[in-house]
Design a protein around this ligand. Structure first.
Ligand code: NFS
Ligand code: SF4
Length: 677
């Protein structure tokens, strides 16, 4: 070997991924070793060899016109007092960073809301009985949401009040819901769901979204070259578009999915790559929209499909989810989850996945390349999302022909079972969990009476057994150790008696670590929270669903405010939210709607704002004076948890709850007394 070759080899070795350094998940460690042995590259390798651009990371690279890219890094020179950085057009770093940030909000809000639009369209088709495959599963929820759209649930005939036909109600709700996307003036319907004080504040600040699409388009207009050049004003539009996501696009998606597929209630499930089975056909549904996966659930259980699988020598069909599609089918059907975002490539590396069926969002293009190393068929299904790389199959999914299309997909997976190249190697790791805590389910479970109520939760917060509420959500990010920050933050909160609400990839990290079981309470929680969880029989971390279901957290917070005793607005609550390992633009939209709803919201890893100090100050400090909520960036997960706890304590103090009032935990009789009152 020449000196150069030796040097190159040493460098390559130095750059090789050490699995234990990049993840805390044992199944992931095992599959990273296999990937290396098989000579297949994953995102973990690429994260080592390619570093992020320092200017983009600061948020100060502008390519909004062809005179750029104008790159304005913050260097020592500026921090020493003078800052005269300007783009060719004169744009300041604040204008550039705010515009970039706003475009992330627009993209995130668009992704959630376009998902919501698809749901509303199918809902309307189901209401009109134009498709046989979808229908109304939860009529009670439909009756609950109809008044929010101004749709009557009863009708007066000959002076007598009668129930209206459920499909008639659904059609009217569907038309009005779908109208929210193209609405030009007025207010989105669900703005009024917020606590009154919050609604009034939004009104005063003039940020109530007029219509979903309009607010997103307006961001794109305002951030075009030479339009909005005041970062305060740009952030105001970020709030409008983000609120249109949280309180309309996402919230409508959640509600209509619940009506069509059922509102989640606590159910058992299993998680991690160990859910795959070597002697079964393994199908992974990956992406975000339950419209497709709900049908694949049906198709994969079809006797005709099962006997077809048997003809190929398979003992059955395993259908498992990946990313938020997984959360959707888990919380409604208890179907297993194969893993979270950073495990998608590794599922293919097992060599056991016969089809990876994808729709939209969080799907890595490299899946197609990896599928070539193994035998997996990557099947795209949505006209919005095709993959050019590799040998991907496109089977378009049409809601009007949903079950037939789903069967075609399942059949393609079965046909691929006999093409496996080598013996699969499936990690044994998997964990049991209890999931499906919609805000309705929390109501029911914590209420524990015939009439559900959030009062027992409030009462336990007031008496100090529960210190506060932490929302921990969001992605994995290959720039930080897989699942590590998620688990540190959550465990630190639990230890300090903060109950955790979770969605998305954090929920999956918690599931894999065994935090989503009632038994976790006595292992991880402080004494107060442990006692409450054990009495009620719930896990200390409540899995509320997918990222679109962050709208459920907004509704839960609203219910807590309305139950009384903890202030008049979401911003009064002893609560905080965080996304320790975020990466997606959707997370930025979610962060902004939480901030605009009054929540202190902390992100980990990085935020593209550091190159624009005044804009950063606006997000991290000034917004609190406007919305009662603000952004923060904390890389250290311990520090993140403790800043959340400090904020919770600050809110407790403002509510006069700093001196923990010791009270007996309510028993059944107390609760009945309360209910009778
Ligand atoms: Ni949310 Fe869910 Fe996961 Fe992040 Fe992606 S799957 S929608 S975006 S990576 S949490
Ligand atoms: Fe440069 Fe201004 Fe064009 Fe951005 S909009 S690329 S800052 S000239």
């Amino acid at each position: 070997m020449s000196a150069e070759e030796i040097k190159a080899k040493a460098e390559a070795k130095a750059k090789a991924v050490d699995p234990k350094e990049v993840t805390v998940d044992i199944a992931t460690v095992e599959m990273l070793k296999k990937a290396a042995a098989d000579g297949c590259e994953t995102i973990f390798d690429r994260a080592l060899t390619m570093k992020p651009c320092n200017i983009g990371e600061q948020g100060t690279c502008c390519k909004n016109c062809a005179q750029g890219p104008c790159r304005l890094p913050l260097t020592k020179k500026q921090t020493e007092g003078k800052d005269d950085r300007k783009g060719l057009c004169g744009a300041t770093p604040e204008t550039i960073a705010a515009r970039n940030f706003a475009r992330m909000v627009a993209a995130g809000a668009a992704a959630h809301s376009d998902h919501g639009r698809g749901v509303a369209e199918v809902f309307l088709a189901a209401a009109r009985k134009e498709t046989h495959d979808y229908g109304i599963k939860d009529a009670e929820k439909l009756l609950e949401i109809a008044p929010d759209f101004g749709v009557a649930t009863t009708i007066v005939v000959d002076g007598e009040e009668k129930e209206r036909d459920i499909y008639e109600i659904a059609e009217e709700v569907g038309v009005k819901a779908l109208g929210q996307w193209g609405q030009q003036d007025g207010e989105i319907y669900y703005a009024k769901r917020a606590p009154e004080a919050r609604y009034e504040l939004w009104k005063k600040l003039d940020v109530i979204p007029r219509g979903i699409d309009r607010e997103i388009v307006e961001i794109m207009h305002r951030t075009h070259m030479g339009v909005d050049q005041d970062y305060h004003n740009i952030v105001k539009q970020c709030s409008r578009a983000a609120l249109a996501d949280g309180w309309a696009g996402s919230m409508i998606a959640t509600d209509l999915q619940d009506v069509m597929f059922g509102t989640p209630y606590p159910i058992q499930g299993e998680i991690n790559l160990g859910v795959l089975k070597a002697d079964h056909v393994n199908i992974i549904v990956h992406g975000h929209e339950p419209l497709l996966s709900e049908m694949i659930v049906v198709a994969s259980q079809d006797p005709e499909m099962l006997s077809y699988a048997a003809t190929k020598g398979a003992k059955g069909i395993v259908l498992a989810g990946m990313c938020c599609t997984a959360n959707e089918i888990l919380v409604r059907h208890g179907l297993p989850i194969a893993g979270n975002y950073l495990q998608q490539e590794l599922a293919i590396v097992t060599g056991a996945v016969d089809a990876m069926v994808v729709d939209v969002q969080c799907i890595m293009e490299n899946l197609a390349n990896l599928a070539m190393c193994y035998h997996t068929k990557v099947i795209t299904t949505n006209p919005r999302a095709m993959i050019e790389s590799g040998d991907t199959l496109h089977i378009e999914f049409d809601e009007h022909n949903a079950l037939e299309d789903a069967k075609k997909i399942v059949k393609a997976a079965i046909d691929n079972y006999t093409n496996r190249k080598a013996m699969p190697l499936i990690p044994t790791a998997k964990e049991k969990m209890v999931v499906g805590f919609s805000y309705e389910a929390i109501n029911y479970h914590l209420g524990g009476t015939f009439r559900g109520s959030y009062w027992p939760l409030n009462d336990n917060i007031i008496n100090g057994r529960i210190r506060g509420i932490g929302g921990v959500v969001g992605c994995n990010n290959a720039r930080t150790m897989h699942d590590s920050a998620h688990l540190i933050v959550v465990k630190e909160l639990l230890k300090n008696d903060v109950i955790v609400l979770t969605t998305g990839c954090n929920a999956m990290a918690c599931g894999k670590a065994g935090l989503l079981t009632p038994e976790a309470a006595k292992v991880y929680c402080g004494p107060g929270l442990a006692e409450v969880c054990e009495t009620v029989g719930i896990p200390p971390v409540l899995h509320m669903g997918s990222c679109v279901d962050n709208s459920r957290i907004l509704m839960a917070a609203t219910q807590v405010v309305k139950a009384g005793g903890l202030g008049k607005d979401i911003s009064d609550l002893p609560a905080a939210g965080c996304a320790p390992e975020w990466m997606s633009e959707k997370a930025i939209s979610i962060g902004q709607y939480f901030v605009a709803s009054g929540v202190y919201t902390l992100f980990g890893v990085t935020l593209p704002v550091s190159g624009a100090p005044r804009f950063q100050k606006h997000l991290f400090e000034e917004l609190e004076g406007i919305y009662g909520g603000k952004w923060d960036l904390v890389e250290d997960p311990y520090e993140m948890a403790h800043r959340m706890i400090a904020h919770i304590d600050k809110k407790r103090k403002a509510l006069g709850l700093d001196k923990a009032k010791e009270r007996v935990l309510m028993d059944m009789a107390d609760r009945q007394k309360l209910d009778a009152a």
